[in-house]
Design a protein around this ligand. Structure first.
Ligand code: GLY
Length: 329
């Protein structure tokens, strides 16, 4: 069943500004979009950064830092569920539409992986640092050393250890006793911002799949998988089971489809259809969601399963959280 809002995408219709007055979408363009219900708070921080004169890069970094600092969010930053060995390891990437790209993977003891990613982009000749090197670099750059394993996340991990078989289970997130998109089983934040002058940036940050194998890196920090952006075309982010996104270079595909003329929603849907075609029964009950923002300010989203939501904030501050359409369900 396809959700009509998800099927139509947003961007062209009239918006209701924070004042409650209807305004034409072209007078109140989309400023920030992000994944899941918790994207709403991230969008607010990103918009405040825009209003303070920040760049799109500043905006997405500020937005991504909100769930990273939230101990009740168990899939991003502080409070993230650990790997099978009890270590919280995070992945993040930040990109702009001028070729800027920085990422960290399997970083530990750093709450703001997205800031570490930005530092990789701005202070090194590289695009990605991983593991111990990423952690050391972040601390050397002044990001504080922090224990990300909260008592609640440690308790959940110890519960999981009682019954879990110590072997890779790709869909362990979906085995948690909650539907996709719920508080326990929400996922990565992908956030994209567009300034009024059309400049864009995007970011993605996560603690990855709960109870993953030590060393596992998902889609999120990989350009073209968890996040991609191209000047004049737009940006896309993914959420859900990263392995399924990596197999198809999911966000590179979404952006390529937009480049070829598809709407953001159609491009997100096409990527989901491709996963389903490629993987058949293997992706039954797995969740993958794509969110895209075009260079002209149109947004679209689509997922394999129902339950994926996304938050859209206009430059006026008007914000709407909507369910995406889905292939199954
Ligand atoms: N999409 C997040 C992950 O699979 O790590």
């Amino acid at each position: 069943m396809i959700d009509r809002r998800g099927a139509l995408g947003l961007g062209a219709a009239a918006a209701v500004a924070a004042t409650g007055k209807a305004v034409a979408a072209e007078d109140d363009p989309i400023a920030v979009v992000s994944t899941w219900n918790f994207g709403k708070a991230a969008n607010a921080a990103a918009l405040a950064t825009f209003k303070a004169g920040g760049s799109p890069l500043d905006a997405v970094e500020a937005g991504a830092r909100v769930p990273e600092a939230d101990p009740d969010n168990h899939s991003v930053g502080l409070g993230g569920y650990p790997d099978r060995d009890g270590h919280v390891t995070c992945d993040a990437i930040i990109m702009d539409d001028a070729g800027g790209c920085g990422a960290v993977a399997a970083i530990e003891d750093v709450v703001h992986a997205i800031t570490a990613a930005r530092l990789v982009m701005e202070k090194t000749p590289h695009t990605m640092l991983v593991g111990e090197g990423a952690t050391r670099f972040a601390h050397e750059q002044g990001l504080p050393k922090a224990n990300l394993l909260t008592p609640a996340a440690e308790k959940a991990w110890k519960e999981w250890l009682k019954t879990a078989k110590y072997q890779p289970v790709a869909n362990i997130e979906n085995a948690l006793p909650s539907p996709p998109g719920s508080v326990r089983n929400h996922d990565t934040i992908g956030i994209m911002a567009r300034a009024r002058d059309g400049r864009m940036a995007a970011a993605c940050t996560t603690s990855g799949m709960a109870f993953k194998m030590r060393g596992r890196v998902g889609d999120s920090p990989q350009a073209g998988c968890g996040l991609f952006i191209e000047k004049g075309v737009g940006a896309a982010a993914s959420t859900g089971v990263g392995e399924e996104v990596i197999r198809i270079a999911g966000t590179a595909r979404v952006v390529a489809s937009m480049r070829a003329g598809m709407s953001p929603m159609a491009a997100c849907r096409e990527a989901c259809e491709h996963i389903a075609h490629l993987r058949g029964d293997a992706i039954k009950e797995l969740q993958v969601g794509f969110l895209a923002l075009s260079a002209t300010g149109e947004v679209g989203a689509f997922a394999l399963m129902p339950g994926f939501t996304y938050a859209v904030t206009r430059h006026s501050g008007a914000t709407e959280v909507s369910p995406s359409g889905s292939l199954f369900g």
